[in-house]
Design a protein around this ligand. Structure first.
Ligand code: HEC
Length: 141
């Protein structure tokens, strides 16, 4: 009858553990996605080169694959905060935050990946990729 008995409910510790696991899963997922993309590119790039890696990056796709897991599909916030304010930063400010975790006012905690170190989409992040994500964010409300 008591659905809140101690051995049935989630303890705070279990929820915390689940969250850590989720973050880890997102990070690993990014790595796996990047590796898969690179393999596909290496194996079939010549035959299916309609969208080579050098084309203008798709900010929406990059955001969905790399950022939305933490910031939400519409950048509304989740594990990480909403990015609606960051959408209005300059390109330079935004790139610094994404690449090295430094916002105009502070240093971000370690949960936010330093994409300048870990790479983006399986390869070193490019200015064009960051700018494309920034542009995509500015289209969200
Ligand atoms: C593993 C989860 C995770 C992923 C993936 C992630 N972020 Fe974050 N991000 C965070 C967290 C957590 C914070 C807040 C850190 C803090 O408050 O110190 C943050 C903060 C930020 C901020 C600063 C926002 C502000 O207003 O201060 C920006 C900009 C940002 N992330 C952009 C991105 C972009 C772009 C991507 C994808 C390329 C991305 N993040 C991927 C977790 C993540």
């Amino acid at each position: 009858m008591d659905s809140h008995s101690p051995d049935r409910g989630f303890s705070v510790r279990e929820i915390g553990g689940g969250l850590a696991f989720l973050v880890l899963g997102v990070v690993l997922g990014i790595g796996a996605y990047g590796a898969g993309g690179r393999l596909a590119g290496a194996g079939s790039g010549a035959a299916v080169s309609a969208a080579p890696a050098t084309a203008t990056p798709d900010g929406q796709a990059l955001f969905a694959s790399t950022c939305a897991g933490c910031h939400g599909a519409q950048a509304q916030g989740g594990i990480g905060p909403t990015l609606h304010a960051a959408a209005r930063w300059t390109d330079t400010q935004f790139a610094r935050a994404v690449l090295s975790g430094q916002t105009p006012t502070r240093e971000l905690n370690a949960v936010m990946p330093r994409f300048g170190s870990v790479g983006l989409d399986g390869a070193p992040a490019t200015d064009a990729q960051i700018a494309a994500i920034h542009t995509f964010l500015s289209t969200l409300k």
